[in-house]
Design a protein around this ligand. Sequence first.
Ligand code: FMN
Length: 180
Amino acid sequence: MKPITPKNIIAISGSTRKNSTNHQLIKAIGELSKDIFEITTFEGLLDLPAFNPEESFENTPAKVLDFRTLLYTADGILICTPEYAHGVPGILKNAIDWTVSSAEFSNKPTVLITASTEGKYGHEALLETLKVIEAKNIEHLQLLIPFAKTKINAEGQITDEKTLEEIKKLILSFKHTINE
Ligand SMILES: Cc1cc2nc3c(=O)[nH]c(=O)nc-3n(C[C@H](O)[C@H](O)[C@H](O)COP(=O)(O)O)c2cc1C
């Protein structure tokens, strides 16, 4: 039988903390989906310059062009993020703003997980952004994980049964959306 080539997924964490729950969550999803996805985490959020619409088409910074290429060539995008002050972390929104005119998210299977203490405001706001930039099937590929630190441990394991089931379902829906 022909071996199945894993789908190439770019993961973006909205947290820059070394011991971030969102990093651990990406690790957990990588482990749970290792037969179907090859997940690479984009580590360059802090290196992207502040968004400038005047540089979106011309004189676009090289790091932004590289970021756009990574997204464009990926089979899917996985975003895991905390909420800050009832909003989306600035570095994450900044990165997404660089893609609005160039449309890398358009029709791209994208998962949004907000793993935070509460998280609903940031989650709703980012969901709305991803809808307007046409991320594929985003309405169904999203999950809010409140009290995330009590559900995902430092070893990258999801210790809460309900969350584990939700993540497994999300992985399957992601796979189906990519294969559509
Ligand atoms: C400046 C700041 C503001 C925060 N504001 C919120 C907030 O509005 N809502 C929330 O759910 N958590 C808030 N938090 C808590 C973090 O988002 C939460 O601890 C999250 O789990 C951290 O994710 P990480 O472990 O991936 O870094 C805030 C944390 C910081 C540092």
